[in-house]
Structure formats: structure tokens, C-alpha cells
Write a protein that binds this ligand. Structure first.
Ligand code: ADP
Length: 474
């Protein structure tokens, strides 16, 4: 069983961040320790070597000036002054045989390195070595040097103080480092928690949203750029989802509302014909006719919905041809004139002789008819509806069909919704309609790479403009 399986480590981001932080901190601390350790020990050794070398040079000078006996005397005084456990010396012949030394009772285990003596005789001026003293927790640094004709001095210096110093350095370092690593882990944990706290806020909000309402938003802390950006993006996504859900809900409500009354009427009529009260066959005929009419309305709504979905899906199903849109507009005006006249409205038309677009004739007729129908439906008499077909002045690639009425107009707050399926402004609910006409018109416009725009002012009238690209669908 692996270590990871035996102890289940938490998989959280903050734990992993803390682990990495602690690990990197510990490794860099150990490297720093190693660096200082090497620096200190090499320096100490160098200092010691310099001291030993200088001492040998002093002996050499005494030998040259005053002779061998004075050297012996000076070395003895030196070793006694420093302490016989601190320093020792031996005077050797070139053969490596000692002929004089300080008190060696403490240094008995230290022998003579004949190889070092040989090296001295040939080339080098100083030879150094470090020896451990068996049975003692001490080491000694030894230097060999020539002080006169075929006379060599072996000088040893106990490294006890240096060892103690390094030991203290190690102890202080480990204590400090342990404290620092613990602090680093705590600080790392705190920082990691702080860093991911924003992510947790997003998670919390997401969880609350699924449990309760869509109105909640992640608070923006203005602390971490990235987390705030995540929160802002998340909130924007929530805005969009909320809008969609509200739209779907409204549409559902509208469908239910609009389908309810015709179905209820059909049911009532069917009930009446079943009860036998209708009696006369003329009445039965009229009931049947009404039933058919309501059914047609329902079918029309359903068909329109299907057409919108299909048109929304793209221009693939359009049967494209070159269409003279000016002529289509004139035809539609002619078709709607009796309806407008009946209502006491004047219908005017201003089009050039010909303006060609590439499109589906039937679809374009349908879109235009919906706009005309609305203009007449929502304009009380005595009003007027003006139709104009023209090339957009600033953009020669665009052809506009503007339907302007002097009708009831549309509330500003409803302007963005009138193209939604089944949406009807409150004031127009009494007029017949399904709330699908504009959705279909816009879907047709978009399938032709065009658009429908509306400008309206409540109580004064509206202008619906169907824009289409010139000549060809891109
Ligand atoms: P409807 O079948 O209700 O006419 P539409 O999709 O064609 O459905 O229009 C949606 C709503 O937009 C209408 O119910 C009406 O409130 C508003 N509307 C459309 N055209 C006009 C217009 N020319 N003047 C005023 N309101 C309009």
C-alpha cells in the first residue's frame, strides 16, 4: 500500500499550494544552509592554514637568525602558552624521523606523514592535512614546512573551537529554520486560503443558486484581479441565464394564456352541441363553423411557431430568387387597402420603380404583411399608415422597407420585448393576435441577413423598418 493511500491527503487547492510553498521554502532554506556551511568551514580552514603557515615562517626566521636550539625553545614556549592540548610541534629530519617535539602525551595517536615530508623535499613549501583523533570528538589540522637545511617542522593545531563554532551554527540554524518553516507553512496556508477564498465564494453562490433563486450574485471584493474577473464573468453569465429563464417562463405563461381561451371556447361549443340545447341544425352548423375557426387559429399559431423555429435555424430552407421588393410592397399595399379603408385609415405608398433583393418571395411577403397588419391593427381611426421603400442613404448596400403608422405606439420598456415569441403589450391584448407576427418577421429578416428595427413613441405612432442587403444574401 502506498504512502498516499495509507494517509489520505486532502485534495484541496489550498492544501496543495501550502504544500508546495512549504516544500520550496524548506528546500531553499536547506540550500542556503549548505551554502553558508561550506563558506564558513572553508573560511575557518583557510584562516587556520594561514596561521600555521605564518608560525612555520616565524620558526624559519628564528632558525636562520639564531639556530635550531632557539627554534626548539620558541616552539616549546608557544605550545605551553597556547596549551599543550591546543597546539603541538615536532622537528623532523628530511627522512621523516623526529628529533624534538612538544609534550605529545595528548597527541600520541598522531603520527608522521612521510609522504608529506617527501613532497616538501621535492616541490611544495607547505603540506596540510586534517586528522581525526581516534576515541575523541576532536580533529587536528596539521601543517608541514621546511625551516632550514633538511629540517622540517610538523605543526598541529586542535580544531576544537572551530568544530564547536560550526556545531553552534548548525544548532542555531536548525532551531531557526524549524521555527521559520512552521511559520512559513502557517503563512502559506493563510495566503492560500485568502487566494482561493474568491473561488469558494463563486462555488458557494453557484450552490445557493441551484438551491434557491437566480437573483444571487458573487460579491466583488476588488482584492485579486483574476478572482474578480472570474466573479464578474460568472455574474454576467448569471445575468444571461436569468434573462433566458425569465424569457422562457414568460413565454410559457403567454402560451398557456393564449392557448387557454380558444381551447375553452372549443370545449364550451362542443359541450353545447352535445347537450342537445342547440336544437336547430343552423345553430349546429354555426357552432361547427366557430369550432373550425378556433381550430384554424390554433393551427395557425402552431404553424407560425414551427415556421419561426425553422427560419431561426438558418437560411438553408429559403427558395432564393431575385425579388423586386418595391413591387412586393406595392402589391401588399394594394392588398391591405380595403382593410385600412374599412377602418377609416389612409394608406400611402412611396416606392421607386424597382429595387432588387435576393430572397424568398413568400417569406418576404409574409414579413411585410405582418408589419402592415400590425400598423393597421394598432392605429385607431382617423390615422394613416405610410409605406416607403428606399436605399439607405449612408449605406448603398442596404434596402429599407419602412412602415410608419400614427397609432398607439409602444411603451419604452416593452420595445425590447415585442420581438419575443408570444409577447403582446398589455394595451393590445384586446386586439386579435397571437404575439408571433413580429417574431416571425424578425426571423425572416435575419434569415435574409437583414434586420427589423423599431422606433416608437407612445400615443404618437411607430416606424418598423425591415432592412435587407442589396441583391444577394451573403
Ligand atoms: P400580435 O399578433 O399581438 O400583433 P406581434 O408579434 O405582431 O403580435 O406584435 C407583438 C406586440 O407588439 C403586439 O401585441 C403589440 O402590442 C406590439 N406592436 C406591434 N406592432 C405595433 C404597432 N405598429 N403599433 C403599436 N404596437 C405594436
Amino acid at each position: 500500500m502506498s504512502f498516499g493511500r495509507m494517509i489520505r491527503l486532502p485534495q484541496t487547492l489550498s492544501f496543495r499550494l501550502t504544500l508546495w510553498y512549504g516544500l520550496i521554502f524548506s528546500i531553499s532554506s536547506c540550500l542556503a544552509f549548505l551554502f553558508f556551511y561550506v563558506l564558513i568551514t572553508t573560511n575557518l580552514k583557510k584562516q587556520l592554514d594561514d596561521r600555521l603557515s605564518q608560525k612555520i615562517s616565524e620558526f624559519e626566521a628564528i632558525y636562520n637568525l639564531q639556530g635550531l636550539d632557539e627554534v626548539k625553545e620558541a616552539a616549546l614556549i608557544e605550545s605551553r602558552a597556547a596549551g599543550e592540548k591546543k597546539i603541538f610541534f615536532r622537528l623532523l629530519y628530511a627522512s621523516g624521523v623526529a628529533f624534538s617535539s612538544s609534550n605529545m602525551s595528548y597527541w600520541r595517536a598522531i603520527g608522521i606523514n612521510r609522504k608529506a615530508v617527501r613532497q616538501l623535499m621535492t616541490s611544495r613549501s607547505r603540506v596540510y592535512e586534517t586528522l581525526s583523533i581516534p576515541g575523541r570528538d576532536d580533529r587536528v589540522r596539521i601543517a608541514y614546512g621546511v625551516i632550514g637545511h633538511k629540517i622540517v617542522v610538523q605543526l598541529g593545531y586542535s580544531m576544537e573551537t572551530d568544530i564547536a563554532f560550526v556545531a553552534i551554527f548548525k544548532r542555531i540554524f536548525f532551531v531557526t529554520m524549524s521555527a521559520l518553516i512552521i511559520t512559513a507553512v502557517l503563512v502559506g496556508w493563510f495566503m492560500a486560503r485568502r487566494a482561493v477564498s474568491g473561488v469558494e465564494a463563486v462555488t458557494r453562490t453557484a450552490r445557493q443558486i441551484s438551491e434557491s433563486d437566480l437573483g444571487r450574485r458573487v460579491p466583488i471584493m476588488a482584492r485579486h484581479e483574476e478572482i474578480d474577473r472570474l466573479a464578474v464573468t460568472f455574474n454576467q453569465m448569471l445575468d444571461r441565464i436569468e434573462k433566458l429563464v425569465v424569457g422562457i417562463r414568460e413565454m410559457g405563461d403567454n402560451i398557456a394564456h393564449d392557448l387557454k381561451s380558444p381551447v375553452a371556447r372549443i370545449r364550451g361549443m362542443a359541450e353545447l352541441s352535445l347537450s342537445g340545447e342547440a336544437g336547430v341544425s343552423d345553430e349546429l352548423i354555426s357552432l361547427a363553423a366557430n369550432t373550425i375557426e378556433e381550430c384554424d387559429r390554433l393551427l395557425d399559431m402552431i404553424n407560425t411557431m414551427l415556421m419561426i423555429s425553422k427560419t431561426d435555424a438558418g437560411a438553408g430552407d429559403l427558395s432564393l430568387e431575385m425579388v423586386n421588393i418595391a413591387q412586393v410592397a406595392r402589391g401588399a399595399v394594394k392588398l391591405f387597402s380595403p382593410l385600412a379603408e374599412d377602418k377609416g385609415l389612409t394608406l400611402s405608398c412611396d416606392t421607386p420603380e424597382s429595387l432588387m433583393v435576393e430572397g424568398d418571395l413568400k417569406m418576404l411577403q409574409r414579413a411585410m404583411a405582418n408589419l402592415f397588419d400590425n400598423a393597421i391593427k394598432y392605429t385607431p381611426p382617423p390615422g394613416h399608415v405610410d409605406v416607403r421603400v428606399f436605399r439607405e442613404p449612408g449605406n448603398k448596400q442596404q434596402i429599407n422597407i419602412a412602415v410608419k403608422d400614427s397609432g398607439i405606439g409602444i411603451d419604452n420598456q416593452d420595445l425590447s420585448k415585442i420581438f419575443n415569441r408570444f409577447f403582446r403589450c398589455d394595451q393590445s391584448r384586446t386586439a386579435g393576435g397571437s404575439g408571433l407576427g413580429l417574431s416571425l418577421a424578425r426571423a425572416i429578416a435575419r434569415a435574409h441577413h437583414g434586420e427589423i428595427h423599431v422606433v416608437s413613441s407612445k400615443g404618437k405612432g411607430s416606424v418598423f423598418t425591415l432592412s435587407l442587403p442589396d441583391h444577394h444574401v451573403h
